[in-house]
Ligand binder design. Structure first.
Ligand code: MN
Length: 259
């Protein structure tokens, strides 16, 4: 085995490197993004037992599941958005697997979001982060830490009469990351990779349009970003190999030095 893989195996065994689960539990109560009534809704998870050591299967237990591709902790492929519909390798089964693995840059805007749930990352904010931690490398997963995953129920969706209020990206920040930094994609702790109010932006849902139009990915409903260093972790985020899939729930793992 190569030296670097032997070192990794040793570090995993000793605990110097730990596997951090960035995934929320997935169940019938997992919230799904709400859209205006004129659009088709995505169903949350339903699960029914096929058999459980009973007449239907005396020695085995298994379930049938039904859910929208974009439920809970999930992956957004470029084909999810109209801007990415004609790109090569744009669906869950055709993205080269090497693009599911990359170094993590954790952008911590916890304090800003605590003051303002509608906080948007801007190019200036990102460049300030780069002055402290170095330039975001090509092929990085950019993880937007907000501690939003510590909320639950109504506080997580944070719905008002004028729609949800959750943090996201200014369109210029999405363009910087997608085009100038050539990231793999962005990961967020909220229900989707656009801000809660992004349906009212010009253009609407700019992070989806820009990221997916550039062949970049999205990860939504992450957690445990507070267990990662700003740089130095590696994220593995591989969706189900659904034929022509626009995304899927997945288990997102980080290999991280023990803090
Ligand atoms: Mn999605």
């Amino acid at each position: 085995m190569s030296t670097v893989l032997l070192q990794l195996v040793d570090a995993l065994r000793s605990g110097a490197v730990e596997v951090v689960d960035l995934t929320q539990p997935l169940g019938p109560d997992t919230p799904v993004i709400g859209l205006p009534d004129i659009f088709a809704p995505s169903p949350g998870l339903t699960m029914e037992t096929i058999s459980r050591y009973d007449a239907g299967g005396p020695a085995w237990y298994w379930n049938t599941i039904r859910l929208g591709e974009h439920t809970g902790t999930h992956f957004d492929a470029p084909i999810h958005w109209v801007t990415g519909k004609d790109l090569p390798g744009n669906a869950t089964d055709t993205i080269p697997v090497g693009r599911f693995v990359g170094p993590a840059c954790v952008l911590d805007a916890t304090e800003e979001v605590a003051r303002n749930p509608d906080f948007l990352l801007t190019p200036a904010w990102i460049e300030g982060w780069e002055e402290r931690h170095g330039r975001i490398p090509a092929g990085a997963w950019v993880l937007f830490r907000t501690d939003w995953s510590k909320r639950s129920g109504d506080a997580f969706t944070n719905l008002s009469e004028d729609g949800p209020h959750t943090p996201g990206f200014h369109k210029d920040a999405s363009a910087l990351l997608a085009n100038d930094r050539e990231v793999l994609g962005v990961g967020v702790e909220t229900i989707g990779t656009d801000a809660g109010q992004a349906g009212t932006f010009d253009p609407p849902f700019p992070n989806h349009g820009i990221m997916h139009g550039a062949g970049r990915f999205g990860l939504a409903s992450l957690c445990n970003l507070d267990r990662l260093p700003a740089t130095g972790a590696v994220v593995i985020a591989a969706p189900l190999k659904l034929l022509g899939g626009s995304g899927s729930p997945l288990r997102v793992l980080a290999l991280a030095p023990r803090l």
